[in-house]
Design a binder for this molecule. Structure first.
Ligand SMILES: [Zn+2]
Ligand SMILES: [Zn+2]
Length: 256
C-alpha cells in the first residue's frame, strides 16, 4: 500500500503524509494539529510513526507542539534546526528528538528516508526523498538555488512535490517591500515558476511520472499561472508527465 498526500501546501502552511505498507510518515507540521488530525481522518489514517521536519520556519512547524503532545513519535530535523525550533519543540522528549543528516539514510519501518540539503535562509534546511520498495518519492520545497546537486537527489523519483513559489513578474510588480522581494528571489529564498519548470523538465527526463507544484505564494503566484508556465516548458521539450498543483488549504492526492 502506497499513499502520498499533501494535507496543505503554500506559504500559509505545509504538511504532507506518506504511507508505505505499515509505515506512516508526516512531513512537516505547518498547519494546526487539529487540521492535521482532521486531514488524516479524511484519508483514513489516525496517527503516524514518525515526523520529518524540513526547517524551522513557522509554515513548517506551526502545529508541531500540539501534534507531538498527542503523538509521541520520533521527530527528525537537522541539528541546527533543533537549536532554532523554539517553543514548537516543547513537548518532544529527548528520546524522540532525532537528527537528520544530509547524505545519510534513516530507516523508518518499511521506508528508507534520505535527507538532502536545500538552499534556504534558515539554520540548515533539508528536503527528503523516501524510498518505498522500488519507488522513490520526493519532497523538495523552500529552495532558492537550482543546483546540479539538488536535482541529482531527485533524479529518477516516481513522484515529486516541488516548489513553484512565485511568478517573477508578479513578484517584481507586487506589493512586497523591496528587501523582501530580494530575499524571496535570492539563492536562499524560494523557487520561481521558471525554476520549477527547469526542474520539472530534468525530472521528466529522468523518468519521473508525477510532478506536483506546491508552496505557492498567495501574493506572488496563482495556481493557473504556475501550471501553465511549467506545462508549457515541458511541452516545448516534448516531455510527458502528469502535472498538477497542490491545493493550498485542502488535501491533494499526489499519486492520483
Ligand atoms: Zn522556509
Ligand atoms: Zn516554507
Amino acid at each position: 500500500m502506497l499513499k502520498f498526500y499533501s494535507l496543505s501546501s503554500g506559504s500559509s502552511g505545509n504538511s504532507a503524509f506518506l504511507r508505505y505498507k505499515n509505515t506512516r510518515i508526516l512531513i512537516d507540521c505547518g498547519i494546526s494539529a487539529r487540521k492535521v488530525s482532521d486531514a488524516l481522518y479524511q484519508i483514513g489514517e489516525d496517527s503516524v510513526d514518525a515526523i520529518l521536519i524540513t526547517h524551522e520556519h513557522g509554515d513548517h512547524i506551526k502545529g508541531l507542539k500540539v501534534f507531538s503532545k498527542k503523538h509521541s513519535v520520533p521527530v527528525y530535523a537537522t541539528g541546527p534546526t533543533w537549536e532554532n525550533i523554539g517553543s514548537c519543540g516543547d513537548y518532544i522528549p529527548v528520546f524522540n528528538r532525532r537528527i537528520s543528516v544530509p547524505g545519510g539514510v534513516i530507516p523508518v519501518g518499511d521506508i528508507d528516508v534520505l535527507p538532502f540539503a536545500t538552499s534556504h535562509d534558515s539554520a540548515f534546511s533539508v528536503g527528503y526523498t523516501l524510498l518505498c520498495g522500488d519507488k522513490k518519492i520526493a519532497i523538495a520545497t523552500d529552495n532558492g538555488k537550482l543546483t546540479a546537486d539538488f536535482a541529482n537527489n531527485l533524479q529518477g523519483c516516481y513522484t515529486a512535490l516541488i516548489e513553484a513559489n512565485y511568478d517573477e513578474k508578479m513578484l517584481t510588480q507586487g506589493p512586497y517591500p523591496y528587501p523582501l522581494k530580494c530575499r524571496i528571489s535570492s539563492p536562499v529564498g524560494h523557487m520561481s515558476n521558471h525554476q520549477a519548470g527547469k526542474l520539472a523538465c530534468a525530472l521528466a527526463r529522468s523518468g519521473t511520472e508525477k510532478i506536483i507544484l506546491g508552496h505557492l505564494s498567495v501574493e506572488n503566484n496563482t495556481p493557473d499561472l504556475a501550471y501553465n508556465i511549467v506545462s508549457e516548458m515541458l511541452r516545448e521539450e516534448n516531455l510527458k508527465v502528469s502535472l498538477k498543483v497542490a491545493h493550498r488549504y485542502d488535501i491533494t492526492d499526489l499519486l492520483e
